[in-house]
Design a protein around this ligand. Sequence first.
Ligand code: NAD
Length: 248
Amino acid sequence: MLLKDRVAIVTGGAGINGLGFATARMLAAHGAQVVILDLAAANPAAAAAELGPQHLGVVADVTRRDECESAAEAALARYGRIDILFNNAGITQAKKTLDITDADYDAVLDVSLRGTLLMSQAVLPAMQRQGGGSIVNTSSVSAQRGGGILGGPHYSAAKAGVLGLTKAMAREFGPDGIRVNAITPGLIATDIIKGKLTEERKVEIAREIPLARLGRAADIGGAVVFLASELSAYCTGITLDVNGGMLI
Ligand code: NAD
């Protein structure tokens, strides 16, 4: 078992069709105890129960420092350690530059960028005490292409910010044995794109992708298991593209 006795927190992990839950399921299948963190409305306790009684659901908003700290404390109270943090929570808005309001900017950057920083701050002291850990941050192909199919410029900026944060934290915490890496998903069929693309548009997009299909949630899970485990022991500060070859 790759992740036996490892404890993993997955933010935004309660959506049954989302990348977080699919990844939580794969982390659990590889032996990890998983803490599913999400907003109350997403019902993280039910999602954790779906994985089994040894897993934990925690309600927290990643944009709130106190709630991130309480979530980390709940994980430590239950399992005594935190080995893996998958910063997955994120929201998108398909807006053009001139339409982005202050509230739009705050909402999108707060969840992806502030949330990634706050949750990392909440778990890093425990990882330092343990002498190691792995943080996997979620960026997006939108950061690399300068605009996405579904994300506006503020989304691209938030996800590009995640790459900078990843590299800076990787440099800072490498000496503590803590690795920090990022994934850049391409277009993955989850609730985030539900109702936003017609079937024809999906076929059109798939035609442009060398692997000739949209991504599946499990494609992300595999990449996160790799970065979370010792298989990637000498990788830190990297950006792992999971996009079917979209950028070739
Ligand atoms: P999703 O909408 O299905 O899931 C997002 C989850 O985050 C939900 O469970 C939601 O409740 C949770 N969440 C939102 N705000 C939160 C907050 N403040 N605190 C805690 N949880 C919060 O989306 P998804 O497609 O599974 O995307 C997951 C991540 O992957 C996001 O960061 C997204 O930007 C990124 N991503 C997705 C794609 C894609 O094509 N699906 C592509 C690139 C990047």
